[in-house]
Ligand binder design. Sequence first.
Ligand SMILES: Nc1nc2c(ncn2[C@@H]2O[C@H](COP(=O)(O)OP(=O)(O)O)[C@@H](O)[C@H]2O)c(=O)[nH]1
Ligand SMILES: [Mg+2]
Length: 405
Amino acid sequence: MQRRARFVALAFIVSMALLALYRKYSPVLWIDRDPADIFPGAESPAEPAKFVDHAVDSAVTKASPRPQIPLYSESGSSRRANATFVMLARNSDLEGALLSVRGLEDRFNSRYGYPYVFLNEEEFTEDFKRRIRNLTPSRVEFGLIPKEHWYQPDWIDNDKARTAMTRMDRMNVKYGGNLAYHNMCRYNSGFFFKHPLMQQYRWYWRVEPKVKFSCDIQNDPFLFMEDNDKIYGFTLAVYEIPATIPTLWDTVKKFRDKHPEYIRTADNALAFISQDGGRSYNRCHSLTLVHTNQFGATSRSPRSISGVVRLTRRSSNISTLQAGFTTRHDSFSRWGDAPVHSIAASLFLKKSQIHLFEDIGYQHDDWQHCPQTQQLWEAGRCMCSIKDSFDYSPDSCRKKWDMLN
Ligand SMILES: Nc1nc2c(ncn2[C@@H]2O[C@H](COP(=O)(O)OP(=O)(O)O)[C@@H](O)[C@H]2O)c(=O)[nH]1
Ligand SMILES: [Mg+2]
C-alpha cells in the first residue's frame, strides 16, 4: 500500500515537471501572454488616444480571463501583422455581427488571434459586448464614435439636405432618404480610421454583420499584403447605382485638376474605373466590405513606409471631399463609401498594390465570390459552389479587373 502511494506521488511530481517543461519550451503560444510577445514582428500597440468628450470604453481593453488556447499558423510561424478587424455596427446588428465573427473565427482567426474593433455612434450594450466576446479569445474593443465624426456638421443646410433626401426617396434611390445611411457612408469614407482605437493598428480588415466566409483562409492576408507591397485588397467588384453618384466623378475630376500631385499617371488602375481615360466613371467599385487596407496608417506608425503615409494623406483628401460633398453639394447625392475608396485606390496606387483575393470565399448579401479553381476550392474546403460565383455575372466588374492584369 505504502509502495503504491509512493508510486502515485512520484508519478504526480514527474507529470507536473513534464508539464512545466512543455509550457516553457513548447512552440505553442498561449493567449494570456502580452500581445507584443504573441506578435513579435508587430509594432506594439500604442495607448489609444482619448477624445475629450467621447470616452472610449475603457473597460474593454481588460479582457476577462480566458481558457488558454494555442495559437499557431499553418506554417507554424508566430509572425503577425499589426492588424485588426473592424466592424461598424448598431446594437440591433448583434445577431448578424455574431454570425460574421463566428465565421471569421472558424475559417481563419481561431488560428491567428487577430483583435477586433467594433465602432458605433451609440454605446454598445453590455449584452452586445458580452455575446461578441464570448465567441473569441482575441482582444475585442468597443469604441464610441465621436459625434463630430458621425453627425452632419453645422454648416450643412439641413433644409436643403432634407429636400434632397425626400426627392431621392421618391425616386426610390436606395437609402437615398435615410440620413443614418448618409452618415454611415460619410463615416466609412473619411473617418473610421481616425478613431482612437484604430490608430494603434497599421492594417484593417473591414467586416460587416451577416457576411459569410465560405472557405478556410489558409494564409494570413495581412502578412500577404505586407510582404508583397499591397495596399488595398478586395474580393468582389460591382457597379454602383447611378442615381447615388451623379456628382461624384465631376468632383473627382476637380480634385484631380487641383491636385495633380496626388494622381499616379502611370501604372495606376484607372482602366478599372474608366473606359475613356478618365473622362467618365464606369461605376465599377470593389466591395470594400472585405478589404485590408492601410488607409488609416498614420505617421505615428514608425514602420510605415513613406508611400503609405502619402497614401493616407491622399485618401484623407478624397475622403474629406466625400465628407463635404455628400451633403453640401447642390444635389446632395448619396455617395457610397465603396466607390470613394475604389476611386482613390485606382488613382493613387500602383495597380500592383491592389489585390484581388481569389482564394477568399466571401458572401455579402446576394453577392458571393467563390474561388474559381478546383484546386483552391478543395484546398479551402469551400462551402460555396464554384458555379454560383458572382464574378462573371452581368452586374459584376470582375472582367474589367481581369483586363487590367
Ligand atoms: N453604428 C451604425 N452602423 C451602421 C449604421 N448604418 C449602417 N451601419 C453599418 O454600416 C455597414 C454597412 O451598412 P449596411 O446596412 O450593411 O449597408 P450596405 O452593405 O450598403 O447595404 C454595416 O457594417 C452596418 O452595420 C448606423 O446607423 N449606425
Ligand atoms: Mg451590408
